[in-house]
Design a protein. Structure first.
Length: 402
């Protein structure tokens, strides 16, 4: 038997789950298919990475009713401090200079995942299939037909709009025949939580060095999220360091800025790869989140961008007679382009800026940091974009009055 659904979302990671909630809130019936069981501890994307959530993202999650379920585990980012080892110049930004209480918040992906799962439980129009895996896709009349492997056997679903929210390796992207540019940064990122001697007090630090970027993000109760990137060739050696050796490496990267680093938690490692789909849409199909673009985490923009994909798509299909109509999808892609291109460029630029090891180029890094530090319009632009307000953002992320 072939069943029907208006919109089929493949992948219930942070982005697919957000889209499912946004569609449900807009009164649209959809089906969400996710390979992992619906438990935060079983989900590959709901792990211990600490997400820096832009202000726009916090606004969007608030509009979805997700933020109140997670806020108790979040810490505000009130200041940002960017520097590079071996060069002169620092960029410091404070939310207060823009009359804001914060630029955004830090939240473990595990806590965001748990909040999304709790909010999904309250959806009334959504059909959730998990664990279930889409194993085949083919064009079918005015839509797509998907084959699913579920615990109860095989099912077939027909849909008028197929959404690929299935992450970096995206099988949906491949089935749509959308090519992707991939970039191997040859870096491995280690994340863990620790306790700095001096509490970060709402300051997020980003420090660039020849071996890669290091970030320290504020967390509740004096803890901090350490993100430390190393060349992939050194990853095995770093993975086998004991806690003391690992802290010594982090300390060497950060210097004495926040005092001694202590009490490291469990380390998690990620190989870093960039992927940029060459199109966001295909007939009756759209890619969102990491399936559309996977960025280097140094810019802390992946989920922030993916949520804006999800919210924008929900706004485009809300009230539509045909959610997969080509003019809707074209309008969606056009609205997302400036944000996506600009954020991807900025993210990649940051990696390059951080990696400019050649002594002859170092003054450029200094100049960039000093310029950003000095010019008020540039500071405003950097702050605005960093907070997720680039291009034409979805309405759901815009600031609301008191
Ligand atoms: C170390 C690290 C730090 C980061 N820090 C930040 C940060 O500070 N700020 C930020 O905004 N972003 C950050 N990111 C990026 C962010 O985590 C990702 O952009 C985001 O989690 C992507 O979510 P997604 O839902 O698009 O993809 P995924 O999390 O990959 O989810 C895809 C889902 O699809 C499911 N799936 C795949 N194929 C199928 C199928 N055939 N059938 C059914 N289900 C399927 C998978 O099981 C998976 O759950 C970071 C990333 C890393 C690695």
């Amino acid at each position: 038997m072939v069943e029907s659904t208006e919109i089929l979302i493949v992948g219930g990671g942070l982005v697919g789950a957000s889209l499912a909630i946004a569609l449900d809130a807009a009164g649209i019936a959809a089906t969400l298919v996710e390979s992992a069981p619906p438990r935060a501890d079983a989900h590959p994307g709901y792990d211990e990475r600490n997400l820096a959530l832009a202000r726009a993202t916090v606004n969007g999650l608030t509009a979805l009713g997700v933020w109140p379920l997670a806020a108790h585990e979040a810490a505000p980012i009130r200041r940002v401090h960017v520097s590079r080892a071996g060069v002169f110049g620092v960029t410091r930004l404070a939310a207060a200079e823009f009359a804001l209480d914060s630029f955004g918040h830090t939240l473990p992906a595990r806590a965001l995942g748990a909040a999304l799962l709790a909010r999904l439980e309250a959806c009334t129009r959504l059909t959730r299939l998990a664990p279930a895996t889409v194993t085949g896709l083919e064009r079918s009349g005015e839509g797509w037909q998907a084959r699913l492997a579920t615990a109860d056997g095989e099912r077939t679903l027909r849909t008028r709009l197929l959404v690929g929210a299935d992450g970096t390796p995206s099988g949906v992207r491949a089935a749509l025949g959308i090519a992707a540019t991939t970039l191997d940064y040859a870096q491995t990122l280690f994340v863990c939580t620790l306790t700095p001697q001096r509490a970060l007090d709402g300051c997020a630090y980003e420090r660039f060095g020849d071996d890669g970027p290091t970030a320290l993000l504020p967390l509740p109760q004096g803890r901090a999220g350490l993100v430390l990137s190393v060349p992939a060739t050194q990853a095995d050696a770093v993975a086998t360091l004991d806690d003391a050796g690992y802290l010594a490496l982090a300390q060497a990267r950060f210097g004495a800025r926040v005092g001694r680093l202590t009490r490291p938690g469990r380390r998690h490692a990620y190989a870093i790869r960039g992927v940029l789909a060459q199109s966001l849409i295909a007939p009756r199909a759209v890619l969102i989140g990491n399936a559309a673009q996977t960025l280097h985490p140094v810019g802390a923009q992946g989920f922030n961008l993916g949520l804006r994909d999800a919210l924008t798509l929900a706004e485009h299909v809300a009230g539509a007679v045909d959610p997969g109509a080509s003019d809707r999808l074209a309008a969606y892609a056009a609205q997302r382009a400036p944000d996506r291109d600009g954020t991807a460029r900025a993210s990649h630029g940051l990696v390059r800026l951080g990696g400019l090891a050649e002594p002859a180029l170092r003054p450029l890094t200094s100049l960039a940091l000093l310029t950003a530090a000095a010019l008020p319009p540039l500071r405003r632009a950097i702050a605005r974009r960093g907070m997720g307000f680039r291009g034409q953002p979805p309405r759901a992320v815009l600031e609301r009055g008191p």
